[in-house]
Design a binder for this molecule. Structure first.
Ligand SMILES: [Zn+2]
Length: 149
């Protein structure tokens, strides 16, 4: 049955379901191993964050660079064919992401986006996950985002 090589298959899966792809599982496992408890795909929150840490009022999105237009990322390059179609589609995704993040932040949530290119290989993933711990636990780390007074 498995006619696709690993990478291709997870790409296809993420296009179909957008959920439960391998990078997400790795991040969940990592957080769990550090003692964090979380909810997944919680649709009570704007944008249905991939991971929600209620105790830290933190929500985490794990975004594919292409579908969510990672700024300045090579993997976010639009195809040259049907470029108007792709531009519109990706731009809609981007606007929706921005709205969801804004909505969450307005409600006092710490919002973290992890890009797929940041966790592609072991070395970069290790760095990203270490930074993630800080982003979750150290409020001052995200102080530029907090505007609740
Ligand atoms: Zn990227």
């Amino acid at each position: 049955m498995d006619i696709y090589p690993e990478i291709k298959r997870s790409e296809i899966m993420s296009k179909i379901s957008g959920k439960n792809t391998k990078p997400e599982m790795d991040i969940r496992k990592f957080l769990f191993s550090k003692g964090f408890r979380y909810r997944i795909d919680d649709n009570r929150y704007p944008g249905r964050p991939d991971i929600v840490l209620p105790k830290f009022k933190t929500s985490i999105f794990i975004h594919g660079c292409f579908w969510h237009a990672h700024p300045g990322c090579k993997a976010a390059t639009l195809p040259t064919t049907r470029s108007a179609f792709w531009e519109k589609k990706i731009n809609n995704n981007k606007l929706r992401d921005e709205r969801n993040i804004e909505e969450l932040r307005k409600n006092g949530w710490n919002v973290i986006t992890i890009w797929q290119c940041e966790i592609k290989n072991m070395a970069s993933r290790k760095n990203r996950l270490e930074k993630l711990l800080l982003e979750i636990t150290d409020k001052s780390f995200n102080s530029e985002n907090s505007n609740d007074h």
